[in-house]
Ligand binder design. Structure first.
Ligand code: NAD
Length: 437
């Protein structure tokens, strides 16, 4: 199969490289000439474990190429995937579909023979049909079908997720398009990955429903964590106690500072907007958004309270800035709420993140970036863990304690053992865990 990938960001690049690994010929396009130039030089513009090797192998095998010209990619393609961004539209919370529709208009000009135009971007219900309308209007004789193939990969584990997904969801409305999509995903079919073929609207909603459910699960356990703190219970035991029930499941029951990232915040907002627009309000999702936003703001307060009501003049060491580990993605990261709120309360911030500091420097001002976690702890009056990078779990608490001005830790990801930390002389606060009486 010949595949064109429009947009070579987190999703487009990973999907393109994985499709090439399946054995297809993939042409990844991006309008960002700098990104394409870097990819052509063999540089990977994002941090995603394993991606450098996968891209290099497939470029060497002649199955993966990069360019800025959409026409070059689309001309002979059996399928054209749209993997451009769908950020939140300013003002109303709806998904900004400008990039998707612009890509559709460009694709329309480039189509030569039959092709399936697939939205891989997360798009509100009705977008696939609008993409079809745009292409038909620009090219009334163009031979094409549209399809929806939402992507469920997680940053940080993207390749594994793409190569071994729990399922593939494909919305189509013709046998011909279904056959093309089945041929593209044949390697996954061979390893018995469930394929959910459905109509386009259903596929579009499935992606949002999945993310809304996961966001709800996180928000649910976060509120349980608040309750645990008030009554001396341990949220981890509660999570385990309920998660072992097969109907609930153990994943996404880890408490923290509130969800962030490139997907959950914008997708819950867009989904809630769709619900209101069609007269089927998603009240649970609306509530989740509100509770989560409040939570991110509350986290700075938690640090301030822990420091006795003020952080004015204090140095706060911050461990982790990205919205989760194993990525350099800073979009809607909780740190973007917590750090400025602490600065506004008079704190000086010294932060370390293994991969996110370049991006973070564009979004946070007045922060001193440290070269190591220990450096961030040096002379700090309190250390705040915001992202649960694996390397933080392996830090030597004694060395941290020696480096700090005052041995105090607010662990918003519960990566340390409270008893051990207190035993070592730290004043320690986690999320949803009993405090010493
Ligand atoms: P991204 O911003 O990393 O990448 C989008 C890329 O598209 C950019 O490089 C941009 O330059 C390019 N682009 C925009 N318009 C273009 C055009 N007309 N022609 C060529 N290139 C164009 O975004 P992303 O994180 O990859 O997300 C893409 C979509 O996938 C979004 O809808 C997102 O919600 C969805 N998604 C993301 C994830 C994730 O973890 N990042 C997971 C599942 C789904």
């Amino acid at each position: 199969m010949r595949i064109a990938m429009i947009g070579s960001g987190y999703v487009g690049l990973v999907s393109g490289a994985c499709f090439a690994q399946f054995g297809h010929d993939v042409f990844c396009v991006d309008k960002d000439a700098d990104k394409i130039a870097r990819l052509r030089r063999g540089e990977i513009p994002i941090y995603e474990p394993g991606l450098d090797r996968l891209v290099a192998d497939n470029v060497r095998a002649g199955r993966l190429e990069f360019g800025t010209s959409l026409a070059d990619a689309v001309g002979n393609a059996d399928a054209v995937f749209i993997a451009v961004g769908t950020p939140t539209r300013r003002g109303d919370g709806y998904a900004d579909l400008t990039y998707v529709y612009a890509a559709a208009a460009e694709i329309a000009k480039a189509i030569t023979g039959y092709t399936v135009v697939v939205t891989k971007s997360t798009v509100p219900v009705g977008t696939g049909r609008e993409v079809a309308r745009i292409i038909r209007e620009a090219q009334p004789s163009g031979q094409f079908d549209v399809a929806s193939n939402p992507e469920f990969l997680r940053e940080g584990a993207a390749i594994e997720d793409f190569m071994k997904p729990d399922r593939v969801v494909i919305g189509v409305e013709s046998e011909r398009a279904r056959d093309v999509m089945a041929a593209i995903y044949r390697p996954l079919n061979l390893i018995q990955t469930p394929m959910v073929f459905t109509n386009i609207e259903t596929a579009e909603i499935t992606k949002y429903a999945g993310n809304a459910f996961l966001a709800t699960k996180i928000t649910f356990i976060n509120e349980i964590a608040d309750l645990c703190e008030k009554v001396g219970a341990d949220v981890h035991d509660v999570a385990r106690g309920i998660g072992l029930d097969g109907r609930i499941g153990r994943k996404f029951l880890h408490p923290g500072p509130g969800f962030g990232g490139s997907c959950f915040p914008k997708d819950t907002l867009a989904f809630a907007h769709t619900g209101r627009e069609v007269g089927a309000a998603q009240t649970i999702v609306e509530q989740v958004i509100e509770v989560n936003n409040a939570r991110k703001k509350k986290m700075a307060r938690k640090v301030i309270d822990f420091c006795g009501g003020s952080v004015a003049g204090l140095t706060v060491g911050v461990l982790g800035l990205t919205f989760k580990p194993n990525t350099d993605d800073m979009r809607d990261a909780p740190s973007l709420d917590i750090v400025p709120a602490l600065q506004a309360a008079g704190a000086k911030i010294v932060a370390f993140d293994p991969e996110g500091m370049t991006e973070a420097a564009k979004l946070l001002s007045g922060v001193t970036f440290a070269k190591t976690a220990y450096e961030a702890a040096t002379q700090a009056d309190v250390l705040v863990v915001i992202t649960e990078w694996h390397e933080f779990r392996g830090l030597d608490p004694r060395r941290i304690k020696e480096a700090m001005r005052q041995p105090r830790i607010v662990d918003l990801r519960n990566i340390f053992d409270p008893e051990e930390m207190r035993g070592l002389g730290f004043s320690y606060e986690g999320v949803g865990r009993p405090r010493p009486r």
